[in-house]
Design a protein around this ligand. Structure first.
Ligand SMILES: [Fe+2]
Length: 595
């Protein structure tokens, strides 16, 4: 049985294919169209899924969409009419997009995919998120928490899932508590993201990266805009927000009265914490003080987010009586909060869907249809992140010839690993594009830039020559799974799914922080990725061999893309990104290209 899951028309568009309930292909549309966060109909991702499975659209048994369009339309209509005429802008814009694309989703899909109308199913947005975590996890029973901006009406759910591996019991997901629009932790975080000078739906990571430079001394003020109950239920004071009645602004003038002028987009960022010696070339006291104020606000909203999620997790634990927790929704990409839930909540095990945002809804919708609507038993656990498209030697050679580059072929993995490690030890920055690309927003070694984490200056080198991103954003360490506990304050790396997907921040051990300065954030933390040989033998071998030569089984890993662009997909993307950057060497399949 073939089931295609689709998400699109709001945030990140994606398609996934299940065969007999097992994931065989999953990809976000942006990787093909090269348009970051592309939310259009995922024609390319669908074509890839079908081609990967060797089938055509009429052979699909079901196509499942990740939300219920009419419910969502009702929310937009009700909300905008409720605040009319202040919301005229939102109303007009939503009418145009909904009448052009969204309301006619059924017709759109059927017009683009030759499948019978009765084969097209719709699963609610938060059920899709919930299923994307629960049915991809190894647990027969788990509490479920989904937290995002907004789906149809819901912004947060608490529930539980149960489905035996032997297929005897009933498969079900019950979402027993919810918070509804406009009360939304995702939209709260987005409002602060905009206030702090970053783009909504894109810059949330930057708020999290800025937070450690600040002190959470505005928590009382954040609690004026969001009231949080003991069970993690919350309520926004809408006087501080504009997202429900404006398409251009997320927060109101009252918000500005409370927190001051918003930070200018892309303005320079240094504080007495980032530059304790005041050695920044543009140093001036007033700017540093202003930035410190913004960092304090980032720290405060991050703190409130973490505390709210911890309360929700405690509530989910109490209500479900279960020891496992599954997390999804865009807020589940907050890796600092995830780390705290893993360490401080009462749950023994935590699984986070790596495509926790709306792209992952495509997977959840398909899994929900297979296991709950069709009642089929489980056999799948999402053990790794490599579900995208891969390219063969012929395709790579023609791309290299078209680009007119000189290359050398290294036929075995040991030779490739040797070459990569000798580059890394020599202080070079290398990029790798090999195998199938990753599912979700993190690069996990198949579309990655790698560098030596032991050098303090490597952060600066990668930032200024290659990523062109804000200097306060940390880089991530990739570490051998079997050595993770030597470097980080944790003990259960082999059973921790969020660590393999780079979804949780942990503290580096005191005696190791100085050994890996380029991947240690202020406060001594790292958003580590654990690597097991069976998921990615070459990547594991590179880190292992780097460890043998240097004594440090860790490499710096950041996604292979330039600022503002999606992570590379094809050999041509890899070659073009390599050419436009300061990367020293490109490892493309079995080939090496040097500058
Ligand atoms: Fe969502």
């Amino acid at each position: 049985m073939h089931i295609l899951g689709i998400s699109c028309f709001y945030h990140d568009a994606a398609a996934v294919l299940l065969q007999q309930g097992e994931l065989v292909a999953a990809a976000e549309e942006e990787r093909f169209t090269r348009k970051k966060h592309d939310f259009g109909f995922p024609a390319n991702a669908i074509a890839f899924c079908l081609e990967h499975a060797g089938i055509t659209a009429p052979e699909l048994d079901y196509v499942v969409f990740y939300e219920k369009p009419l419910l969502k339309f009702e929310r937009i209509l009700t909300t905008t009419l409720g605040t009319f005429p202040k919301s005229w802008g939102v109303f007009r814009e939503s009418m145009i997009t909904w009448f052009n694309d969204k309301l006619w989703i059924k017709g759109q899909i059927l017009g683009k995919l030759p499948v019978a109308a009765d084969r097209l199913l719709f699963v609610e947005h938060h059920l899709s998120h919930a299923a994307s975590a629960f049915f991809a996890s190894p647990y027969e029973e788990a509490a479920i928490l989904t937290v995002d901006g907004v789906g149809e009406w819901t912004t947060t759910t608490v529930g539980k899932g149960s489905a035996d591996w032997d297929g005897n019991g009933r498969n079900e997901i019950e979402l027993f508590s919810e918070v509804r629009f406009p009360h939304s932790l995702g939209l709260l975080y987005s409002a602060f993201t905009a206030f702090l000078g970053f783009r909504v739906n894109n810059g949330e990571y930057k708020v999290m990266g800025m937070a450690p430079y600040g002190a959470a001394n505005r928590v009382d003020d954040v609690h004026k805009v969001v009231r949080v109950g003991a069970d993690g239920g919350f309520h926004l004071n809408m006087d501080y927000f504009s997202f429900h009645r404006s398409t251009a602004r997320t927060f109101s003038s009252k918000f500005e009265t409370l927190f001051g002028q918003p930070r200018v987009h892309d303005s320079i960022f240094f504080t007495p914490t980032t530059h304790p010696d005041r050695d920044h070339p543009d140093w001036d006291e007033a700017t540093a003080a202003r930035n410190q104020h913004y960092a304090n606000i980032a720290a405060s909203v991050q703190h409130v987010t973490e505390e709210t999620l911890l309360k929700m997790a405690a509530y989910a634990h109490r209500e479900s009586g279960l020891k496992n927790l599954c997390l999804a929704g865009g807020v589940a990409l907050n890796s600092v909060a995830n780390g705290r839930i893993m360490r401080e909540s009462p749950f023994e095990n935590v699984f986070v869907q790596p495509a926790a945002g709306d792209s992952g809804g495509a997977l959840g919708a398909a899994l929900y249809a297979y296991h709950v609507l069709l009642g089929r038993p489980r056999s799948f656990v999402q053990e790794h992140g490599y579900w995208g498209k891969g390219y063969g030697a012929d395709e790579i050679i023609s791309a290299m010839d078209a680009a007119g580059v000189e290359y050398r072929r290294l036929n075995d993995e040991e030779a490739l690993a040797r070459a990569m490690v000798s580059d890394l030890v020599a202080g070079k920055v290398i990029s790798v594009a090999r195998g199938r690309f990753e599912w979700g927003p993190r690069a996990l070694g198949n579309r990655s830039i790698l560098a030596d984490p032991r050098r303090e200056d490597m952060k600066e080198i990668v930032n200024t020559k290659i990523k062109f991103r804000e200097p306060f954003r940390p880089f991530a360490p990739a570490i051998l799974e079997e050595r993770a506990a030597d470097y980080y304050e944790l003990s259960d790396a082999d059973s921790s799914y969020p660590l393999r997907y780079m979804l949780a921040v942990y503290k580096a051990r005191k005696d190791k922080q100085a050994a890996i300065p380029a991947v240690t954030h202020t406060g001594g933390t790292g958003r580590l990725q654990t690597v097991r040989r069976e998921w990615n033998p070459l990547y594991h071998r590179v880190i292992e061999s780097f460890g043998e030569q240097t004594g440090v089984p860790v490499v710096l890993n950041t996604s292979f893309n330039l600022r503002g662009e999606p992570i590379v997909n094809t050999p041509a993307d890899a070659l073009s990104t390599f050419a436009r950057s300061g990367i020293d060497t490109l490892y493309l399949g079995d080939f090496v290209i040097r500058k």
